[in-house]
Design a protein around this ligand. Structure first.
Ligand code: KG4
Ligand code: ZN
Length: 367
């Protein structure tokens, strides 16, 4: 048991500037008191992707006002905050510097402890804030920068079971959209186009299906999409719809195999030993908005006796509530705060034991 905690969270690792105040009650329950997110989508859309320099400048311009707004909505002053949690990696270094330096300045001025939080830990612990999930559980993180299957054993205790060896899943959606002439960000555009399409028309590859490891690969799929589109030149709307539907079907098959293997491994390691009476799979990241992905994961979980937990979309995508919550969990678990010398880290695997995979995380900035 730990006293109620109120934590200020700051998130600036990519293209969302966010601030939040979260309460952790003495029984470990969480409540978001104030939460603001400012998306930079418009600033970047003309470039078809996030431009680091533009992102960093936008964070500088917005962050102070957003922190004030989050505190106002929460109805608390800085004096009433117990600690500050700021994302210090992984992500775009310019943005990380802005958020972490701001967190340090507030910590210094108020004398409160600072937690330099790993952005991935924020995603990993969100399901405890939203659904009060108990350890251990499995998390699938699918965003523009990451595709990882992570075993969440406890606060600060993570094992990366699988990762992408090339593109992240959101990146595969974005690149596919780009080469079909669909707008950025590509995920929602591909999903929309796929609705009218025939998922059987193209038999796209499903890389690594059947592989004993739990890793992912999506660049071959993207290449196959390019070849299909080039062979049809000029592509019609019907062709685009069919390509998108077939692309999503290949992804669904891939996830079923890869994540299915992960769930079976989890069962063998924990549920069988009586350690996870109600095994659960949590999804996080922007691609969690995708209906096909949710349906695939839900039916997989139903078939294997898992609870499927999909936090509200605003908490699946980047936000500061998850960072504040991770800080609260660290504080409540008695983990030490970080010093004012904490450094931002553009790369920072959640599982320090995990081997870097060759070719992975090329974009590596977004989580
Ligand atoms: O977690 P997120 O908001 O941010 C970063 O990675 O920074 O994820 C964004 C990614 C983008 O690649 C976007 O195309 C993808 O999530 N995405 C989707 C959908 N909505 C967003 N992918 C597939 N279907 C969607 N409906
Ligand atoms: Zn993220």
């Amino acid at each position: 048991m730990s006293p109620p905690l109120r934590i200020l969270g700051i998130e600036t690792s990519c293209d969302e500037t966010a601030a939040s105040v979260v309460l952790r009650d003495d029984e470990g329950g969480g409540r978001i008191l104030g939460d603001v997110v400012l998306s930079q989508l418009e600033e970047h859309s003309a470039y078809g992707g996030v431009v680091p320099e533009i992102a960093a400048r936008a964070h500088v311009e917005a962050l102070d006002a957003l922190i004030a707004e989050a505190l106002l909505r929460a109805g608390v002053t800085l004096r009433e905050i117990d600690a500050i949690a700021a994302t210090s990696g992984p992500g775009l270094i310019g943005g990380l510097i802005v958020g972490l330096m701001t967190g340090k300045a507030i910590a210094r001025a108020t004398g409160k402890p600072l937690y330099a939080v790993n952005h991935l830990e924020g995603h990993a612990l969100t399901a405890r804030l939203t659904d009060g999930l108990s350890f251990p559980y499995l998390m699938l993180l699918v965003s523009g920068g990451h595709t990882q299957l992570i075993l969440v054993k406890g606060v600060g205790r993570y094992e990366r079971w699988g990762t992408t060896i090339d593109d992240a899943l959101g990146e595969a959606f974005d690149k596919t959209a780009k080469l079909l002439g669909l707008p950025y960000p590509g995920g929602p555009a591909v999903e929309r186009a796929a609705r009218a399409g025939d998922p059987e028309r193209f038999d796209f590859p499903r890389p690594l299906v059947g592989d004993a490891r739990l890793d992912f690969s999506f660049s071959g799929l993207k290449t196959a999409v390019r070849q299909a589109a080039q062979a049809l030149e000029p592509v019609t709307d019907k062709d685009i719809a069919d390509i998108c539907a077939s692309f999503q079907r290949a992804i669904s098959r891939t996830l079923k195999d890869r994540v299915g293997r992960g769930l079976k491994r989890f069962k063998a390691e924990f549920a069988a030993a009586g350690e996870a009476a109600h095994p659960a799979l949590v999804v996080a990241g922007g691609v969690a908005a995708n209906e096909m992905l949710r349906t695939t994961l839900q039916s997989l979980c139903d078939a294997l006796g898992f609870r499927f937990v999909a936090p509200p979309l605003a908490l699946c995508t980047d936000n500061a509530a998850m960072i504040a919550w991770a800080g609260a969990e660290r504080l409540a678990a008695g983990l030490p705060a970080d010093g004012l010398d904490a450094a931002p880290r553009s790369r920072w695997p959640l599982d320090s034991e995990a081997q870097a995979l060759i070719g992975s995380g090329k974009r590596g900035a977004k989580a």
